[in-house]
Design a protein around this ligand. Structure first.
Ligand code: SF4
Ligand code: SF4
Length: 140
């Protein structure tokens, strides 16, 4: 359910960088790398970055979390601050939470903002799903 899949190249928000964040190399399962969820990819470098950058699979080349592509997400959603990464999967807005910070999404401002997103998405058949390890919660 949290499998990361290749997406068409989205436009990036200016001045946002991944920095030392590696959450998208840790939280999702990635079939191409035989990587389970919530374990660092074997190519993760300490302090951020990829030891297989030139040869990384298409899923990695094409993927950016929503914080990198959606300017409406405020600075509180920077993954290294929130402990969460967001991405869209068809009608589903997926929220992967660092299990070590598993309750943070229920706190302000995150839960209120996720509930607002769930209400907005509902009109078009969309929804918000939060994953914390094996726990799955539909917001709203
Ligand atoms: S989760 Fe987002 S900010 Fe963090 S490394 Fe991945 S794309 Fe960059
Ligand atoms: S191959 Fe590189 S970019 Fe892809 S998940 Fe592993 S560390 Fe991240």
């Amino acid at each position: 359910m949290t499998d990361l899949q290749s997406v068409a190249g989205p436009a990036l928000v200016e001045a946002r960088r991944c920095g030392t964040c590696s959450l998208c190399c840790i939280l999702p399962d990635i079939d191409e790398l035989d990587k389970p969820a919530n374990e660092p990819c074997r190519h993760c470098l300490t302090g951020g970055g990829c030891a297989a950058y030139a040869a990384r699979p298409a899923t990695c080349r094409d993927f950016y979390c929503l914080w990198r592509t959606d300017a409406s997400l405020g600075p509180e959603w920077e993954p290294s601050i929130s402990g969460m990464m967001l991405y869209a999967q068809g009608p589903q807005l997926t929220v992967l939470v660092d299990p070590e910070r598993g309750e943070d999404w229920r706190r302000a401002p995150y839960l209120g903002e996720l509930e607002a997103k769930a209400r907005a998405l509902k009109a078009d058949g969309g929804y918000v799903v939060v994953y914390v390890g094996d726990a799955v919660t539909v917001v709203g």
